[in-house]
Each structure stands twice: as structure tokens, then as C-alpha cells.
Design a binder for this molecule. Structure first.
Ligand code: DCP
Ligand code: MG
Length: 395
């Protein structure tokens, strides 16, 4: 039988695990990352001990404090997590050149070319697991399948700390409930459930054309390993909830500008180009609005992204006269390269790469726009960034 060759790896309770690693006194304790229980904002992640109390990513910190009053709450140190993430990916790249980074703590690997170095792909996965856990010091879970979706689902079964191989992925997936399929939207799910379909297999047999025509192509790439980083769904975002609601548009712009700056540096460092940008706001009445638009051409330039963001923010602020709780920015349609358009000036890009270099050498805050400088009034400034109240990385 053909061996499952797509490996998905995801670090367990990532941010919390890094904190435990650096402070062994936290081992075995309910650790909650994101802020203090009396603060606004949400939980980034929680250790498995804290999850027993029902605490999870995205939960309001206050709720987490109620569910787990003995929890150890930490603000989180994003620079540290991002460095750990890089070291983690480097270990993976020693085993195969085909490592596809999916998020800060998760990657896919195609073991088909390298598996003859080991008796089986499972042996290879085990070797990778041992290397990561020894060198980085934190536990990972792994799934093996014939497609990315299969491998990711397998990791879910393996969590925490295990390896799960889907030898018969097709049967396994057809037995799954639809809600277990990553990437299937809420609305689609509701419609299908309304049609009386609960499991993947039912959809495949009762409505084969819906499955084959509309669902499968989006979520399931047959047995093939998609081209690395070609995924259209990939996006990166940065957002922050303010310590207090803000009405001053200039101050809101300063926050947004800082977030765009962070995003731009991230794109430069990872050699990504963004094709589309979205701005998100949450008003004091909790209503949330987003607006997005295509960038003129794929770019990582701060200037291009900032101009568009500013325009989108202006549109969003017209919606209500209330103060804001949160602002965020997201880029989508990520590509690895861009066809060189002869008539496009790359000046803005060159400026951004240069700035990114300086920030790398002298610290993120070594070079700032005047607008970002305004934030120094309300937040502490460190070498690697402004310490926002609730910075959060979203996928
Ligand atoms: N994260 C975040 N906000 C979210 C979800 C995640 O800031 N809403 C951050 C914190 C996580 C990290 O991303 O540690 C990785 O996300 P995962 O979904 O992989 O969650 P964990 O690694 O924390 O837990 P596990 O993978 O064991 O379920
Ligand atoms: Mg994880």
C-alpha cells in the first residue's frame, strides 16, 4: 500500500509551551497567555492544564479568569514566539526542502522524495519529532495523510503530543462529520445540514455533484501535494484592542500605521507579496466592520499598504460616530513572486526592504514614522516593538 506522505506538524499550546520552557516552575500549571484576567482582550492560547477548565484561544480574558481563577496569566512575548517559530521551521528544513509554513506553529512537509532514507514515512516523522522536541524543547503533534487536509485532521486526532497516520484516508474522511472538515464555511455547513447531510460520506453519495463540483476542490486536493505556498487562502493579520476606546482619528491612524508597519516587515522577511488588504474596526458597541480592496499590484511595501489602509479606515469610520475598541489589518492573496511589471516603480519596495534591514539590525523601534511615534504617549516602547495592550496574531 502506498504510504501516507504528507506530514502536518503543529506545536502543542505554542505560546504557553514557550513560557513553560523558559520558566520550568510553570510546568503542569494552568498557563493562560493574552493578558490579565481583569483586562480587555482575549486569550491567545492556554496550556492543556488550563484547557481542562474550559479556557481556549479567543475567549475573553475575563471569562477565562472566571473559569480558571488559579490560572497563571501572562501577557505574552511575541518576538520570542516568532524567533522560536523560525528555529522550529529550520529544524524541519533539515529533513526536507519541501517545508510549507502554514502558520506560526504549523507546517506541512512532503516526505515523498525523502522517505527512502527511512524504513517508512512514520519512522521519518518520528525522527523529525524527536529532533524538534530535543532541539526546541517543546512538544509537537503530527499527522500523516495523502493530502494536506487528511494530514491536518490526523494531527487533530494526535493532539496533544502524538503522531497519527491515516492509512486509509478516503474511508476515514468519509466517516467524518462535516464540521470536522477544516475550511468548510459556517454557511455552507448550515445549508448542507439543512439538506440532511451530516457526514462527508453522505454528501459524496447523495449529492456527488455538490461534493465534486463545489466542496471537494476547495477543501481536498485529491492525493496530490499542492505546490508549496500556492495556497490562496493564506493571509496574515495584526490587530489590537485598545486599553480604552479611542475617538481621536489621528490616534486610531497611529495604531493602524504601526500594525501595517509590522505586517510589511513580516512580508519582507518572508519574501511574500500581498495582493489584497483588509482593514477591520470594532466600535464601542462591539459591532465589527471590515473593508478590503485589491492592492494596485502585489507588494510588501509599507507605503502602498498604508495608503490603501488609510483609505479603507476612512470608509469604515463613516459607518458610525462611536469610538473604537479595536483596529486591525489583514493581507491576503499572498504570492511568493510577482511577475515583474515593467511600468511599475519598485521604489516603495526598496524603501521597505531597507527599513526592514535597519529594524533587523537596530531593533524594530529604531526607525519610526512620526505617526507611530504618537503611540509612545500610551505604550512602553521596547527594542523589538511597542508593547501594545493586546497584540494578537491571527492566521
Ligand atoms: N493564537 C492566537 N490567537 C488565536 C489562536 C492562536 O494568538 N485565536 C496563537 C497562540 C497559539 C498559536 O497562535 O499558541 C498557535 O495556534 P494553535 O491554533 O496551533 O494553538 P496552540 O498551539 O496554542 O494549541 P494546540 O495547537 O495544541 O491546539
Ligand atoms: Mg499549535
Amino acid at each position: 500500500m502506498k504510504t501516507p506522505f504528507v506530514l502536518h506538524i503543529d506545536i502543542d499550546a505554542f505560546f504557553a509551551s514557550v513560557e513553560v520552557l523558559l520558566n520550568p516552575a510553570l510546568k503542569g500549571k494552568p498557563v493562560i497567555i493574552g493578558g490579565m484576567p481583569d483586562e480587555r482582550g482575549v486569550v491567545s492560547t492556554a496550556s492543556y492544564e488550563a484547557r481542562k477548565y474550559g479556557v481556549h484561544s479567543g475567549m475573553a480574558l475575563r471569562t477565562a479568569g472566571q473559569k480558571c481563577p488559579q490560572g497563571i496569566f501572562l501577557r505574552g512575548r511575541f518576538q520570542l514566539y516568532s524567533e522560536t517559530s523560525k528555529r522550529f521551521m529550520d529544524v524541519l528544513r533539515r529533513f526536507s526542502p519541501r517545508v510549507d509554513v502554514a502558520s506560526i506553529d504549523e507546517a506541512y512537509m512532503d516526505l515523498s522524495g525523502t522517505r527512502y532514507l527511512y524504513p517508512s514515512t512514520l519512522d521519518m516523522a518520528q525522527a523529525i519529532k524527536i529532533a524538534v522536541e530535543k532541539e526546541i524543547g517543546i512538544k509537537v503533534s503530527m499527522g500523516l495523510g495523502y493530502s494536506r487536509m487528511g494530514a491536518k485532521i490526523a494531527t487533530g486526532v494526535a493532539k496533544p503530543g502524538g503522531i497519527f497516520a491515516l492509512w486509509d484516508e478516503v474511508t476515514f474522511i468519509s466517516n467524518l462529520k462535516l464540521e470536522r472538515i477544516p475550511g468548510l464555511g459556517k454557511h455552507t455547513l448550515l445549508i448542507l445540514q439543512g439538506m440532511g447531510v451530516k457526514r462527508v460520506g453522505e454528501l459524496q453519495t447523495v449529492y456527488p455533484s455538490i461534493w465534486a463540483g463545489h466542496i471537494a476542490p476547495h477543501i481536498y486536493n485529491g492525493g496530490t501535494y499542492p505546490e508549496p505556498r500556492a495556497a490562496k487562502t493564506k493571509s496574515f493579520s495584526r490587530e489590537t484592542t485598545f486599553p480604552e476606546d479611542i475617538s481621536d482619528p489621528e490616534m486610531i491612524k497611529s495604531h493602524l500605521s504601526y500594525l501595517v508597519d509590522r505586517l510589511s516587515v513580516y512580508l519582507v522577511e518572508n519574501k511574500y507579496y500581498a495582493g489584497r488588504i483588509e482593514v477591520k474596526v470594532r466600535f464601542s458597541d462591539f459591532s465589527t466592520h471590515t473593508r478590503r480592496m485589491a492592492l494596485e499590484f502585489p507588494t510588501y511595501s509599507f507605503r502602498s499598504m498604508w495608503q490603501q489602509s488609510l483609505h479603507l479606515l476612512g470608509e469604515l469610520l463613516k459607518k458610525k460616530t462611536l469610538p473604537l475598541r479595536l483596529v486591525g489589518v489583514k493581507v491576503e492573496d499572498i504570492t511568493l513572486r510577482r511577475d515583474i511589471l515593467p511600468f511599475v516603480s519598485l521604489k516603495n519596495e526598496k524603501v521597505s526592504s531597507g527599513i526592514s534591514d535597519i529594524k533587523k539590525r537596530f531593533g524594530f523601534t529604531s526607525i519610526f514614522t512620526g505617526r507611530e511615534m504618537m503611540l509612545e504617549k500610551i505604550y512602553p516602547v521596547e527594542r523589538d516593538g511597542i508593547v501594545l495592550k493586546t497584540a494578537s496574531l491571527t492566521k
